[in-house]
Design a protein around this ligand. Structure first.
Ligand code: GLN
Ligand code: ZN
Length: 755
């Protein structure tokens, strides 16, 4: 019998219970007790669902109130000193202060940094480590959740993030040092955590080591062997499964197979080619968990092809040592396709969400012939469907040439004809607070309690108020505020051909932020203008320039579920042409500054360096195709956020935006170090404060950030802006922060005059 297994389940709940409860707790409306009870209820429900589907190995401790890397910090007591942690168990307030920062009750601490989890749109909290620091077991969560499952009669697989991945994803504080130098201090704590789970009765423990599927140095490979040899010395009978995903093991195969563990999970969706190599060296008696159902996309699997992979594996591994599983945790897929009542039935027949994917896993494990045949029929119908092919889009994309991607004049020439602004010009990234009132208006429109005219009038009133406030604060380049947008990708997808939408397809972005990624199923085009009326209205209210705000082709691609029947580069090109049409319409409507957001460009980088050049080439080409049609006088901005930019600094130059704004506030001086070594030619606004936290930065703090920038950048290059959009913030903190920001910018201008 092949075992049906799962690596992780989305914790949110069908009615987004976890989000509601957590935010309720933060707002002081729910007690810690009530929050914990909601968590327990969701875990029970999801375990029972998985059992009912027929999953044999069900994960535990995959649940998190915020993030699993943060949970791991709590588990091993990696709490940075600024949180004043006393060294006992990490309580809810310390936990959430680490995630979000905390102001009030005599406390004023910043949040920990967060960044993208590999190439997903999920953000994890980055552990902060100090040279020579110690660790201690500081959370009972894994054991407690294992026991909860056991009480329901489920022998769950507790899931932990493995020690090497934990260290490799951490950042060092203070002087730079090798993170792996902390391994020997960390391993005893992991061993203690594993022993506690063993004592509670765990038969298997899953250790997630996605870093083992990435480019690794010899020293890092050696650290893997060292770590798992240490953990193998525990002396209990609990078996360890090391889980890798998002890429193939490739040059790390030998290391992975040499680990003294009982099982290995590999991603056979992203990297099916690794199977042969693995099987040719497979150690006798080792369990193979074959990730054959795509945990990163929403398409229904072609079970026939996946079954063939399993048959090959079975010959070597034996059916008693073979597990079938999703390729990775199902955290990155929506919960349940059955909740979608409005999706077109043809399209629905091509899809599978978390619950359906587990059904596919079980069908494969059981060798269910009916299910295999039905999946082949669905695959055939999709290939042949007229809904995905648009000949005019295909012709237009084929005719694109390099001249469509180059602006006629270089930046230095263009700049002279663009909007005149003071030094250290101030602006924001686009969105202003999406208050309960704004969301309520959208809901009322959706429920027909507001007419389209009433809703539009409401949006105009929000824009009017926001434009007036920006003028009053003294910002130089204004925005309309993006009140009409539910989400920066969904809003565009809804107006583009080739996209479909779900009602409940939520996936976690960070903490309690969830997004509903659109599904790109066919050729993409823009039937009519998407944003022009709002930008034109905002511009009609003021003499100052109002930035047109668009989402770029790579970000739309990256934050959507993308068709898997043509290369991503081709879909990006179609998206670029659609955005290009909108850019030109904005320009024609008198908009002098247009920002095309590409926050996801960096995260789209393939996980293996060998694949970077190809991706960057087509991704930057898509941005250039979207923007290069404008006149010299139109100033093109782009924005990127929460990422490690130093990897792509040189690539940003090839995008040739006149101005770029980027996240900086949370990652401190790293970005500045990058600019020390590399001279960026155009204008740039490294974010001067962190918008992910409600705390209001003091003017002096912002001035400090600006002075740091002025050390590595020319003062004619520097823009002054927050590090991302303000939609998640409240008005009070937003206005206070922007006032301080404008004051700091003015101080820089004046200061310069004095010297
Ligand atoms: N213009 C968008 C906003 O301000 C950008 C958001 C983002 O970078 N994620 O909300
Ligand atoms: Zn951003």
């Amino acid at each position: 019998m092949i075992i049906a297994s799962n690596l992780g389940f989305p914790p949110l709940g069908a009615a987004r219970e976890l989000k509601r409860a957590t935010e309720g707790y933060w707002a002081g409306k729910l007690s810690a007790q009530q929050l914990l009870a909601t968590g327990a209820e969701l875990r029970r429900r999801h375990w029972e669902l998985q059992r009912a589907i027929g999953i044999d190995r069900i994960p535990a401790n995959d649940f998190s109130f915020y993030d699993r890397m943060l949970d791991t910090c709590a588990l091993v007591g990696a709490v940075p000193p600024r949180y004043g942690w006393k060294g006992n168990e990490v309580d809810a307030d310390t936990y959430f202060a680490m995630a979000r920062g905390s102001q009030g009750k005599g406390r004023d601490v910043t949040a920990m940094e967060m960044t993208k989890w590999f190439d997903t749109n999920y953000h994890y909290i980055v552990p902060e480590l100090e040279r020579g620091q110690s660790f201690r077991l500081a959370s009972k969560k894994p054991v407690a959740e294992f026991r909860e499952a056991k009480a329901l009669g489920i022998d769950a697989t507790p899931v932990l993030i493995g020690p090497i991945t934990f260290l490799l994803l951490a950042k060092t504080k203070g002087t730079r040092f090798d993170r792996l130098s902390l391994l020997d201090a960390l391993l005893p704590v992991y061993a203690e955590a594993l022993s506690a789970l063993a004592a509670a009765g765990a038969t298997w423990i899953q250790l997630d080591e996605p870093c083992l599927a990435l480019d690794r140095s010899e020293a890092e490979r050696a650290a893997y062997l060292h770590a798992y040899s240490h953990l193998a010395k525990r002396g209990d009978k609990t078996q360890l499964l090391v889980a890798t995903y998002f890429a193939g093991l490739d040059d790390n195969v030998a290391t992975a197979l040499a680990l003294p563990v009982q099982g290995l999970h590999v991603d056979l969706v992203r990297a099916p080619d690794q199977l042969d190599r693995l099987l040719s060296e497979w150690p006798k008696g080792r369990t193979l968990s074959a990730g054959v159902i795509d945990g990163r996309n929403v398409w229904r699997a072609n079970l026939q092809a996946q079954r063939a992979l399993l048959d090959r594996a079975m010959k070597t591994v034996g059916d008693d040592r073979l597990w079938v599983a999703p390729s990775c945790s199902l955290l990155h897929t929506p919960l349940d396709l059955d909740l979608e009542t409005k999706l077109d039935p043809e399209l629905k027949g091509w899809l599978a969400f978390a619950k359906q994917k587990l059904q596919e896993v079980v069908s494969l494990a059981k060798g269910d012939r009916g299910a295999v045949e039905a999946s082949s029929t669905a695959a055939k119908s999709r290939r042949a469907s007229k809904r995905i092919n648009d000949a005019s889009v295909q012709r237009r994309a084929a005719a694109v040439s390099e001249k469509d991607r180059v602006r006629p004049a270089p930046y230095a020439v263009r700049r002279k004809t663009q909007v005149a602004l003071p030094r250290y010009p101030t602006t924001t990234i686009g969105s202003f607070p999406q208050t309960a009132e704004v969301r309520a208006a959208r809901r009322k429109l959706h429920d027909s309690q507001l007419t389209a005219e009433e809703y539009d009038a409401f949006i105009e009133s929000q824009i009017g108020k926001t434009v007036a406030l920006q003028e009053e604060i003294g910002l130089d380049v204004l925005v309309h505020g993006e009140f009409e947008r539910n989400d920066m990708v969904e809003y565009f997808g809804e107006q583009l051909a080739g996209f479909a939408f779900t009602e409940h397809g939520w996936v976690q972005s960070y903490g309690t932020r969830y997004v509903k990624p659109p599904i790109i199923f066919g050729d993409v085009s823009r039937p009519s203008a998407m944003t022009v009326r709002w930008s034109r209205y905002a511009q009609s209210l003021t003499k100052r320039p109002v930035k047109g705000m668009l989402t770029g082709p790579v970000t739309i691609l990256q934050w959507s579920f993308v068709r898997d029947d043509q290369p991503r580069a081709e879909t990006a090109k179609q998206l670029a042409l659609a955005i290009r049409d909108e850019v030109l319409d904005l320009e024609a409507a008198g908009i002098r500054v247009i920002q095309i957001d590409e926050p996801a460009l960096r995260e789209g980088l393939p996980l293996r360096r060998a694949d970077w050049a190809d991706y960057l080439h087509w991704a930057v080409d898509a941005f250039r195709l979207a923007t290069a049609g404008v006149r010299d006088a139109t100033q093109i901005h782009t924005h990127m956020c929460y990422s490690e930019f130093n990897d792509v600094l040189r690539v940003i130059e090839r995008m040739d935006a006149d101005v770029i704004s980027i996240e900086n506030a949370r990652s401190g001086s790293e970005l500045l170090q990058g600019f020390e070594q590399y001279k960026y030619p155009n204008e740039i606004g490294p974010g001067v404060y962190d918008i992910h936290s409600p705390r209001v930065p003091a003017t002096s703090e912002i001035t400090g950030a600006l002075k740091n920038m002025a050390r590595v950048l020319d003062d004619t290059q520097i823009w002054v802006n927050p590090d991302c959009g303000l939609k998640t913030r409240g008005w009070d903190e937003t206005l206070a922060a922007l006032r301080n920001m404008v004051e700091a910018a003015k101080g820089m201008r004046d200061g310069k005059r004095e010297t």
